[in-house]
Ligand binder design. Structure first.
Ligand SMILES: NC(=O)c1ccc[n+]([C@@H]2O[C@H](COP(=O)([O-])OP(=O)(O)OC[C@H]3O[C@@H](n4cnc5c(N)ncnc54)[C@H](OP(=O)(O)O)[C@@H]3O)[C@@H](O)[C@H]2O)c1
Length: 252
């Protein structure tokens, strides 16, 4: 067990992280979330900077983003924070040294098409974001999105996660994808057994609000149950940074 508790060498705890080869049909998917010790991923209905994670957590988020081709999230998260899901400039060279583009692609899921087209996410993007929608998105909205982003339909009533992952791999060459929520999108990925690793920041506080969300939220318990194996733990004062691999074993 002791070897799982890693010494924090240098600034970046995941500097020597090696991710396995991706599967053939989809990217290798890692999820990164922060929650309080009582399991809340939002506080008072949203996640504001500093309400759960520390500045160190924000830094570790960049460290993890430095390993992937693309970062994906749901549009509610984007409506709360309409910014490109990129890395700070100092990480661009790190990414180049790994053979990646200086900035990851930003990928957003929507079923309404209701995204802020004037926001920095689209207007100041270092690369054109990818918006994945469905035939339920009104055609005029699809056209508006296609003027500021790569837009693709991946389903009829909503984005089919398996179709979306195959498209990202095939059309955009995404081998490593970072899933950053929110909880409803995370749930759909787990439903499709499409989360390979979980990075979790355990923020040292109790939030307590019964209306707040947990990291993964959907209508029914997940089957098969995603089972996690701890790979490493870093500690910064009382904040923990954990990495798990995920297995989807059938129920006995
Ligand atoms: N603690 C953390 O680490 C963390 C991380 C991320 C987010 N958050 C917080 O989580 C909250 C939002 O979470 P959430 O679960 O309500 O929302 P979310 O997952 O960010 O977004 C949900 C939205 O994504 C779109 N979407 C989801 N699945 C889709 C599908 N299969 N096809 C098409 N569109 C799909 C829909 O957008 P439309 O409405 O456009 O149709 C849906 O309303 C925010 O407060 C955010 O700050 C916390």
């Amino acid at each position: 067990m002791d070897e799982l508790f890693r010494r924090w060498e240098g600034e970046d705890p995941y500097r020597s992280l090696r991710l396995p080869e991706p599967p053939q049909q989809r990217p290798y998917v890692i999820m990164n979330m922060v929650s309080s010790v009582d399991g809340k991923a939002t506080v008072g209905g949203s996640l504001q900077p500093g309400s759960l994670g520390s500045r160190k957590d924000r830094f570790v988020m960049d460290c993890i983003r430095s390993h992937v081709d693309a970062v994906i999230c749901g549009s509610s998260t984007i409506r709360t924070h309409p910014y490109y899901l990129g890395v700070r400039q100092k990480f661009e060279d790190v990414r180049r040294s790994r053979g990646l583009q200086p900035q990851p692609l930003t990928v957003i899921l929507t079923n309404s098409g209701d995204l802020p087209l004037e926001a920095p996410l689209f207007q100041e993007a270092p690369q054109r974001p990818i918006v994945l929608g469905s035939e339920a998105v009104p055609p005029a909205r699809q056209r508006a999105l296609a003027s500021v982003a790569h837009y693709a339909n991946c389903g009829q009533e909503g984005v089919d996660i398996t179709t979306a992952l195959a498209l990202l791999r095939r059309e955009f060459g995404v081998q490593y994808l970072l899933l950053e929520g929110g909880p409803k999108v995370n749930y759909q990925f787990f439903r499709r057994q499409a989360v390979d690793e979980v990075f979790w920041t355990a923020a040292p506080l109790i939030s307590g609000g019964q209306e707040d969300m947990t990291m993964v939220m959907g209508p029914q318990p997940l089957r098969p149950v995603p089972r996690l194996t701890l790979q490493s733990v870093f500690r910064e004062q009382s904040e923990l940074f954990l990495r798990y691999t995920v297995a989807y074993e059938p129920e006995p």
